[in-house]
Design a protein around this ligand. Structure first.
Ligand code: HEM
Length: 556
């Protein structure tokens, strides 16, 4: 071959490779931005996305927590509104139509919009179009009035590959309805009164445990201490098992419980799904690893076997789960589970999924709320003293013993917990997926089946129009008068409607009993590691402190 032909053919090869790489890059780019015209086509105001990341780059790169990312988008949508009405063409048009001077029109519109803002705005979660809601009235429609169109959260569950993901929080359709109905009786007031004894018992153990801890150091990460307390209490209340998280650092169930907490809230799965659900299926990515699944399944099998063999009937979550296996049995039916007609869809693995979810929610939610609350109280010693005085006074008045009714009757405690959940809503964002074509009320925008909507709870709770000076911790926001003066749907720490948190009464009870015991025994103050603005964990959907919650704890 002549040198010229050789040069030409190597150039051709280079050109082919270059062409292939360029086409691949173009294809990849087009794939990344393919969905980004969605909201424009629908005529919905949207926020400009960046390729592949959409509007949630900081969540994908784990630089900021979801609560703050969606808050930024929520606030930005108001800026967009200003930008739109500030545009000269729009003002001139109005000037011609209304025959009013331009400055008057501008100030009238701005005044109007400060109070209204956009009702909703289109964003992109990676490649997935999501409608971010801002208007409490519209939120009420989605969560309650038009629930039949929005019954699901759009979380992918895989019974075969990742059975522990099939818990009530994630399920949809008939499976969700079936399990919800079966488990609801576990949270009635009469059941909670029984549960109170367990929580009270473990709050005493918590005090003993802290006594030991404080012998070596008076500065503690209250967050990690409290999660062990709530795990012990939940294990006992829900399943009648001793977790021993507080006293035994090698407790296997406590280790597994912690792994469920970490895996469940992780942002990775949801983001991967938003980029490509097909890729998630292809990679067979699962939320929970096999050993965790096996562990929970074995525990459930063991508890069921023990209760069946020894004819043990307890009024706890485990018993309801066992009864849920029976097609005909209702919650408090005295018929023994072993004798009833079993539902083959509701096997031990399905029970294990519910059990792991209860252990996680019961441990994580109350402990995180208590930690944020104690941090606020450490920064406001006067409020801490008032709250302690309320608990002490109630205890003295009732013969030196706190009871279920007394704890729930503490008024300041109630407001302090409500304000904690306002400032730190743990589920900072609530998702719903449209399951029937839906026209947004008072608009011509139709949402197709499969469209995701997002309720940015953290942003609503931090919107100065709903809560003036939102970073200030002020329990008076929850006085009866103040509560009544606000739209109910600006406060959603437990969600609303048929999918409202099933365990909220239990969670709040744990928080109140734990706080009462702690305040009676200790004073909490700031230390070198404390901060009034704790950094949030950017790896999880749940609003939680990134670096623990360090406080100085002094025996009273
Ligand atoms: C301070 C404590 C708690 C907070 C702030 C909280 C928050 C929430 C929120 C906001 C939702 C609604 C999510 C949505 O609508 O998409 C929810 C649902 C749920 N929560 Fe809680 N939760 C707490 C405690 C608990 C506890 C203690 C349990 C169980 C023992 C629990 C179990 C559940 C379950 C199973 C759901 C799903 C309900 C359904 O979809 O039907 N939560 N929680």
């Amino acid at each position: 071959m002549s040198p010229y032909i050789a040069w030409q053919s190597s150039n051709m090869e280079l050109l082919t490779i270059l062409l292939a790489v360029t086409s691949l890059c173009v294809l990849l780019y087009r794939y990344c931005v393919a969905t980004y015209t969605y909201w424009k086509r629908k005529g919905v105001t949207h926020i400009k996305p960046s390729p592949l990341f959409g509007n949630v780059k900081d969540i994908i790169l784990r630089r900021r927590c979801p609560a703050l990312v969606f808050q930024q988008l929520y606030n930005k949508s108001q800026d967009y509104c200003f930008f739109f009405v500030g545009s000269p063409n729009f003002l001139v048009l109005l000037n011609k139509v209304c025959l009013l001077p331009l400055p008057t029109i501008r100030s009238l519109i701005l005044y109007f919009l400060v109070f209204l803002g956009e009702r909703y705005v289109g964003i992109y979660q990676a490649r997935t179009p999501v409608l971010l809601l801002r208007d409490p009235e519209l939120i009420k429609h989605i969560l309650v009035k038009d629930f039949s169109c929005f019954p699901s959260k759009g979380i992918k569950t895989d019974f075969k590959g990742d059975p522990l993901s099939c818990h009530l929080f994630n399920l949809e359709g008939d499976q969700w309805r079936y399990i919800r109905t079966k488990l609801t009786p576990a949270f009635t007031s009469s059941k909670l009164k029984i549960v109170y004894q367990h929580i009270d018992h473990y709050s005493e153990k918590l005090i003993e445990h802290l006594e030991d801890q404080l012998k070596t150091n008076d500065v503690l990460d209250v967050y990690s201490e409290l999660v062990n307390f709530t795990m012990d209490a939940t294990g006992s209340c829900a399943f009648g098992i001793e977790v021993d998280a507080m006293t035994d650092e090698n407790s296997e169930i406590s280790k597994m419980g912690h792994r469920v907490i970490e895996a469940n809230g992780d942002t990775f799965m949801e983001i991967l799904n938003s980029i490509s659900p097909r890729l998630t299926r292809l990679l067979k990515v699962s939320m929970f690893s096999e050993d965790v699944t096996r562990f929970f399944k074995n525990i459930i099998v063991e508890i069921i076997r023990y209760r069946d063999e020894n004819q043990v009937m307890k009024k706890d979550v485990m018993q309801l789960l066992m009864l849920a296996r029976n097609k005909t049995c209702v919650a408090d039916d005295p018929v023994h589970p072993a004798t009833a007609d079993k539902d083959e869809d509701f096997d031990e693995v399905m029970l294990a999924a519910q059990a792991a979810m209860f252990l996680r929610a019961g441990s994580e939610k109350a402990s995180t709320t208590m930690s944020f609350c104690l941090n606020e109280l450490a920064h406001q010693p006067e409020l801490q003293s008032q709250l302690r005085a309320e608990v002490e006074h109630a205890k003295e008045e009732h013969g030196g013993k706190l009871t279920y009714e007394i704890v729930l009757g503490l008024k300041l405690m109630d407001r302090v917990v409500a304000e904690t959940l306002r400032k730190y809503p743990l589920e900072s964002n609530i998702y719903r997926v449209c399951r029937k074509p839906y026209t947004i009320p008072d608009s011509s925008v139709e949402l197709e089946e499969g469209t995701k909507v997002l309720i940015p709870v953290y942003a609503l709770h931090h919107d100065p129009q709903n809560y003036p000076d939102p970073e200030r911790f002020d329990p008076d926001r929850f006085s009866e008068d103040n509560k009544n003066s606000r739209d109910h749907f600006t406060y959603l720490p437990f969600g609303e409607g048929p999918r409202v948190c099933i365990g909220f009464r239990y969670g709040v009870l744990q928080v109140k009993v734990g706080l009462a015991a702690l305040l009676l025994n200790y004073e909490f103050s700031t230390c070198a590691l404390s901060t009034l603005r704790p950094e949030f964990n950017s790896r999880t959907w749940v609003t939680s402190p990134a670096n623990g919650m360090w406080l100085k704890v002094t025996k009273r």
